[in-house]
Design a binder for this molecule. Structure first.
Ligand SMILES: [Zn+2]
Length: 254
């Protein structure tokens, strides 16, 4: 059994037996994978926060091609993101982001870009605090990287670029898009489609400075939640509690 090293962000964590923790790690270089850290919760030497969702840790583990859950020999906590996790809203937000990433990204595959994205999002939350824009941007980038949603949108009937149209409908049930020129559409959500394209072409910093109206941010976030629910065929466990905690203008409770 070879000893290997990995760094990653914890996207799921479960207490097992008396003192063990089972975590799912979104690796920086290796695949997303489950690991067992024995005795963590009773250890004086090992950092218990290493098993918290949203923590960035480094581990030495025993590699085994036939095992689904690998045993960790040593663990160290690189970044806990204590500030954001210490508020109730921040804790719910991190749990929600972690569950979303965990559900969307297949186990056993590497997701280097997602690790970087998640790390960036956590760093920005820790340093600058929460921003409603973070929600749709984080989700959309992950949906792009994993190929669930495209970056450009064309009408399913006439094939023309949706950005050239005044009205269009993106159906979150089947992900089909029709323009209003060639189809009778049940509803016009071209503003959301335009914003989705803008997010895919613009850095987070530039988007922050673009002063996107709150209503567009919320409508797009709500729309993406519909897409995610339909794609996964389930509701995220943390979603209800997180959204109930948000204020009217998507502000995070303290
Ligand atoms: Zn069309």
């Amino acid at each position: 059994m070879a000893l290997k090293k990995e760094t990653g962000i914890v996207v799921q964590s479960r207490n097992i037996a008396d003192a063990d923790s089972m975590i799912t790690l979104l690796g920086k270089t290796g695949p997303k994978q489950k690991f067992l850290i024995r005795g963590l919760r009773k250890s004086r030497r090992r950092p218990i926060a290493a098993a918290e969702t949203g923590s960035i840790i480094s581990i030495d583990y025993y590699s085994h091609s036939q095992r689904e859950i690998l045993n960790v020999k040593e663990v160290s906590l690189l970044e806990r993101f204590e500030k954001i996790k210490s508020s109730y809203g921040g804790f719910l937000l991190v749990s929600y982001m972690a569950e979303f990433a965990d559900r969307i990204l297949p186990e056993g595959e590497t997701h280097e870009k997602m690790f970087l994205l998640f790390e960036q999002a956590m760093n920005s939350l820790e340093k600058e605090g929460y921003f409603p824009l973070l929600l749709p941007v984080f989700k959309l980038r992950i949906l792009h990287y994993s190929g669930v949603l495209p970056k450009e949108f064309y009408c399913s009937s006439c094939g023309e670029n949706i950005l050239d149209k005044k009205t269009a409908y993106f159906n979150p049930q089947n992900f089909e898009i029709h323009c209003g020129d060639c189809h009778a559409i049940p509803k016009n959500n071209i503003e959301i489609i335009r914003f989705l394209v803008k997010v895919s072409r613009t850095s987070f910093q530039d988007l922050k400075e673009a002063n996107v109206p709150d209503s567009i941010i919320q409508d797009t976030d709500f729309f993406l939640n519909g897409c995610i629910r339909n794609y996964l065929n389930i509701s995220l466990k943390t979603s209800d509690m997180f959204y109930k905690s948000l204020g009217k203008n998507y502000e995070l409770p303290v």
